[in-house]
Design a protein around this ligand. Structure first.
Ligand code: R5P
Length: 329
């Protein structure tokens, strides 16, 4: 017996997951009072049931986070059998260490809050850094959207002369996964963050002259990182047309327009966060509902997630065999 609940962050994704699992969404009501306070009410019992609350902590991050906490508390007070948070995009994950003295580690604080509110399991996608899992004392599964994004972009790239680009040192592992799956060489940029919204590329490892670049990242917020990367790649002689793949397409403000002006021809993201408006035709969205539903199904059936990961690894190995010989720079 299980229930899928949706917060207000991404009802379309929650509905897609429920549809995949062949169950209606659990009924709930969320209301915001004039003073900004939030009221959450479950409109059906979850007593003894396994509950999956689907809520990316996307902008407005704090509102969506408090809503998730309120849902968790409501489930616990209604004696849910198990309460799991399905947080496809985990906000505050970038605050996973102190860069300077007198700073908080907000990702750790969020982990503590979720557990304090009664969350007993977390399902997420492409967590910014794996060490965020260490802030929890409950099971955390971070699924990967990379196989699905590779499937979407593969046929669009000129495989003979394309390269995968990591925009910074922190993304090398993810970019290696892309390069491996697509059978392409890897190029690494080194980025220095000047402020929350300002970055600078200082070094590059690997040749991009005349190459079509696929820049990959876990998220696009302002687009600043990728615009900087695009400029650095063009300066190094890359093909003018660039491709981008990123799991979490927050695409704040003028991010899409800025990326297109910087030479990005096609942009691939997933629907871990709800689009904030009409998407430009160059933005392609890959659905993560089936991946989340598959993980929930396995969780409910007490099946290992290993097979989920192995399936992805098998398809990667098959593609590597088919790929033309490619060096890693
Ligand atoms: C940084 O470490 C992340 O992986 C992203 O590169 C970054 O947070 C994206 O943010 P923005 O689009 O604002 O540069």
């Amino acid at each position: 017996m299980f229930t899928i609940l949706s917060g207000t962050a991404h009802p379309d994704l929650a509905a897609a997951v429920a549809r995949e699992l062949g169950t209606p969404l659990g009924k709930s009501h969320v209301e915001r009072f004039p003073d900004g306070e939030l009221s959450v009410r479950l409109e059906e019992t979850v007593r003894g049931r396994e509950v999956f609350i689907i809520q990316p902590t996307s902008p407005p991050v704090n509102d969506h986070l408090v809503e998730l906490l309120a849902f968790a508390d409501a489930c616990r007070r209604d004696s849910a059998g198990l309460t799991a948070a399905v947080v496809p995009y985990f906000g505050y994950a970038r605050s996973d260490r102190r860069n300077r003295r007198r700073e908080p580690i907000t990702a750790s604080m969020v982990a503590a809050l979720l557990q304090c509110a009664g969350i007993e399991r977390v399902l997420t996608i492409d967590l910014h850094t794996p060490q965020v899992e260490g802030f929890f004392h409950i099971p955390v599964d971070s699924l990967s959207a990379v196989p699905a994004l590779c499937d979407a972009v593969r046929d669009r790239l000129p495989l003979g002369d394309a390269v995968v680009v990591s925009p910074d040192a922190g993304r090398v592992s993810m970019a290696t996964d892309y390069a491996d799956r697509l059978g392409l060489p890897l190029v690494v940029l080194h980025k220095r963050r000047v402020s929350g919204a300002d970055t600078k590329i200082t070094h590059r490892v690997g040749d991009v002259r005349g190459r079509t670049c696929l820049i990959v990242d876990d998220m696009i917020a302002t687009g600043g990182t990728l615009v900087e990367s695009a400029e650095a790649l063009h300066e190094a002689g890359a093909h003018p047309d660039l491709f981008v793949a990123a799991t979490h397409g927050l695409l704040l403000g003028t991010a899409t327009e800025d990326l297109l002006s910087a030479g990005v021809r096609e942009l691939y993201v997933t629907d871990t966060v709800a689009p904030s408006g009409r998407l430009h035709p160059s933005v392609h969205v890959v659905a993560v509902g089936p991946l989340l539903a598959s993980a929930i199904r396995r969780d409910l059936g007490g099946e290992s997630f290993q097979e989920l990961y192995e399936q992805a690894a098998r398809s990667r190995a098959g593609r590597r065999r088919r790929a033309s010989s490619a060096d890693v720079s």
